[in-house]
Ligand binder design. Structure first.
Ligand code: ASP
Length: 421
């Protein structure tokens, strides 16, 4: 990662941008493509084996309720934390009026593109999200990483059916999925061997895109929005340094240093790829191998978490929404802020686990709260960086909940060794 950033900086000062874009950047894309390639099969197969290994329906519903309940609770907590911080620091009020005008005009085009994406979402009826979970064709659902919830729906249904049919009939199917699961995990191993090179290329390309031919430009832009970024970053840091440790230590009964050391490789990958879905294989591997969480728990809790549990995204959305309101001089009363708690929670659940999904769903939060969506223009510039940070929190949150569920289910084993790649 460090070498990638250094290379990116160097090439924008030495005018090597097109070399980096043409000859290094593509390897980053190939790396991300490989991770995305494995996402649908991994979610499908690991959920089927995960659910069917739970052996009875009451166990499944107990673990399922516990998992989803904890996911919701941590998300709401993150939103509230974000709201408290943004109300204390009031970063939006730090903008000078001229600056605000400048940003608005500069980014108006991009903001309207983002908002037309979201306008399509807005047109739908209230139950449309529920309808969208149920695919009309499994193979169609599997053709898009964005339809992960539909794949999850089918996998859960199939896993439950396997529990309900006679064991002698289910066994060969379970064995088959077990074998496929092993093969997929092996592919993940192979992909991960290329991770250092992929991450180097990814970050080199990113820095060049961001900085253009003038490394100072990126820096200056970040400085202007620095205060807002710092507030988001403080919130995200509090999640990683206070909220998760409290949960890991009290419910997970595990030393936090051990937890962080174990999950660190997945955090780094989340930071580099900005995608919880692409990081899922690493999150699963770290949770099983380094943290000693039983496969039965990881294969159910983590694929679900990568899709619906986004604490970092929800925190970011609440800070961003109020920040924009502040910048436009809109006062949000308690009811409006409670509305943000609800919409940011739902919007983070609905955000796809891919780069930039959070900012598209932010438009929904803004519209519900009556905040001008053009305000997104203000926060587009540093979004890539914040995406990297919030995805790291999203992934850490998933692993935290996996550890809590595993502990309460007696499925946490002393890990044999720490393999930090
Ligand atoms: N990139 C985030 C993730 O994949 C989603 C977002 O907040 O944009 O977890």
């Amino acid at each position: 990662m460090a070498l990638g950033v250094a290379w990116g900086m160097m090439s924008s000062s030495l005018g090597l941008n097109s070399f980096t874009t043409d000859w290094i950047g593509p390897f980053g894309t190939i790396f991300i493509n490989m991770l995305k390639l494995i996402a649908v099969p991994l979610v499908l197969v690991s959920l089927v084996t995960g659910v069917s290994s739970l052996s009875d329906i009451s166990r499944l519903s107990r673990i399922g309720t516990k998992t989803i309940g904890t996911y919701l609770a941590t998300t709401v907590l993150a939103v509230v934390l974000g709201l408290v911080l943004v109300n204390i620091f009031e970063p939006g009020k730090a903008f000078s009026p001229e600056k605000r005008e400048e940003f608005k005009q500069q980014y108006a085009g991009t903001a309207s593109a983002k908002s037309s994406d979201a306008a399509a979402l807005e047109q739908q009826g209230p139950l449309q999200p529920l309808v969208d979970i149920v695919p009309e064709n499994l193979f169609l659902a599997m053709t898009s990483n964005g339809s992960m919830l539909q794949v999850i729906f089918f996998a859960l249904l199939f896993g439950i059916a396997l529990i309900l049919i006679p064991p002698d009939k289910a066994q060969p199917v379970n064995d088959f999925f077990e074998g496929v699961n092993m093969a997929i995990l092996k592919i993940v191993d192979i992909i991960m061997m290329t991770a250092p090179y992929g991450v180097f290329a990814l970050l080199a390309g990113l820095v060049v895109d961001f900085a253009g031919n003038d490394p100072g430009a990126a820096l200056e832009l970040l400085m202007v929005l620095g205060y807002y970024c710092i507030v988001v970053a403080i919130g995200l840091a509090l999640m990683i340094l206070v909220v998760y440790p409290a949960l890991v230590v009290t419910v997970g009964r595990t030393k936090y240093a051990h937890f962080i050391r174990g999950i660190f490789p997945a955090q780094m990958l989340a930071f580099s790829t900005s995608s919880s879905a692409a990081t899922l294989p690493a999150t699963m591997e770290c949770s099983e191998k380094n943290l000693g969480i039983n496969k039965e728990i990881t294969s159910f809790v983590l694929p679900l978490g990568a899709t619906i549990n986004m604490d970092g995204t929800s925190l970011y959305q609440s800070v961003a929404a109020v920040f924009i309101a502040q910048a436009y001089g809109i006062e949000l009363d308690l009811t409006a802020q409670l509305g943000i708690v609800m919409t940011a929670t739902l919007a983070s659940i609905g955000s796809a686990a891919v780069p930039g999904a959070g900012i598209v769903m932010l438009v929904i939060v803004l519209q519900q709260a009556g905040i001008p969506i053009e305000g997104i223009a203000l926060i587009l510039a540093p979004d890539r960086l914040l995406d990297m940070l919030r995805t790291t929190v999203n992934v850490t949150g998933d692993a935290t909940v996996a550890m809590m569920v595993a502990r309460t289910e007696g499925q946490l084993h002393p890990p044999t060794e720490i393999t930090v790649k």
